[in-house]
Write a protein that binds this ligand. Sequence first.
Ligand code: HEM
Length: 167
Amino acid sequence: MNDLGHSGLMIPTRDRLILTLGVIAGGAILLALVHGLASGAVARSSIHNLWLSVHLIAVLPALPLGAYVLVRRKGDALHRALGKLWAVLMLVAALSSFGLRGLTGSLSPIHLLSLLVLVMIPRGVLLARAHRIEAHRRVMSLTYLGLAVAGLFTLLPGRLLGTWLFS
Ligand code: HEM
């Protein structure tokens, strides 16, 4: 394998597409926050819910942090440190989501994504420890895709960030 392959500086097309979605989701969420703050929609909404605060504190930094880990050099000490931080944020995002039941009043289909993340993150970490790097990369990229898609879906009308964006 060549040096680029070892250091992971080459970004596969699949990861480029996933990153593009992450950037679009991040930009749109930022726009929703700014618009919601300006229109007063943020102040009017129930963000004082503890689980929602924990959820947002985990997912909002996870979006840029995960993108950075995906694009930067792989395998060094910083990759491992930032990767662990991202893994913890994703676990907190998934666990806190079980305290959120606003859409249906009960568990919703989105909670299946939470279960998937709770399986994928430990699997991704174990694969890295076993030096199964390609499988580790695939699992983590797909989990990041789940984060980006979940973020985009929060912008639908009727959901909290959608209300901020479109109010
Ligand atoms: C940038 C990414 C994300 C953002 C901004 C976000 C934001 C939110 C917000 C604002 C809510 C509550 C209000 C609403 O329904 O709109 C929510 C609920 C929820 N989120 Fe997230 N989230 C993100 C990623 C994730 C991820 C990665 C998961 C799974 C691991 C997840 C799972 C859930 C679940 C299960 C709910 C509860 C839905 C219900 O009420 O039934 N979210 N999210």
